[in-house]
Design a protein around this ligand. Structure first.
Ligand code: ZN
Length: 205
């Protein structure tokens, strides 16, 4: 145990900050010191914002997004294309796609991916609710925006199998994100798997 340089309140603040993703003990100390120095300017508004978040933030009962209204802003936005349903593993993925202004559709958050090693099966994810939503007449496309990892892709296959019947009848198109060269990426630096996927998913110029 290193010697303690501050009172228990400050140590507790540092310990809590150190639990945040991306912050280790050293950066947690720096963050705590920064907050303490900017007590009025940053710390007090941050504490108030955290309190509001605790009181108001809910998980959307339709899509699984996190928002201060339920159903969430995306689900209640009348300008969204209700025909396409973008399936993501996590709220972070939904927010990433929204930041990219990639698509003006609705979402479905699974709450993770299938992972036998971690003991995560279909019942642990919001898959039943997705199949129900996908069967609505206005939905014509399910876009599987899942990670290009073994777990992400096995989850995509599992969902595709469940939607097989609707696809056969021609009522529903199931698509997935393209795999390939990232924007600004140099071919020489790519791994073989990505290069092979990019060649396989080539598109007309
Ligand atoms: Zn929602």
């Amino acid at each position: 145990m290193p010697p303690i340089a501050a009172g228990p309140e400050i140590e507790r603040l540092i310990q809590l900050l150190a639990r945040l993703p991306g912050l280790g003990p050293r950066s947690a100390r720096r963050a705590a010191l920064f907050l303490i120095k900017k007590r009025e300017l940053i710390m007090a508004p941050l504490a108030a914002a955290l309190q509001t978040a605790i009181e108001k933030i809910e998980v959307c009962r339709i899509c699984g997004n996190i928002d201060t209204q339920n159903p969430c802003t995306v689900c209640t936005d009348p300008k969204r294309d209700g025909a396409a349903l973008v399936v993501v593993a996590d709220v972070a993925d939904l927010w990433a796609l929204e930041r990219a202004h990639a698509i003006n559709a609705r979402y479905h958050v699974l709450g993770g991916t299938l992972s036998p090693l971690d003991g995560i099966g279909p019942d642990d994810l919001s898959i039943d609710a997705l199949i129900k939503r996908a069967s609505a007449p206005e939905v014509t496309e399910v876009i599987l925006a899942l990670s290009a990892t073994v777990d992400g892709q096995s989850t995509a296959h599992y969902i595709t199998d469940l939607l097989h019947e609707a696809q056969e009848k021609g009522q529903l198109k199931v698509t997935r994100l393209a795999h390939g060269v990232p924007v600004g990426g140099e071919l020489d630096y790519l791994d073989e798997g990505t290069l092979a996927a990019a060649i396989r998913s080539r598109t007309p110029f």
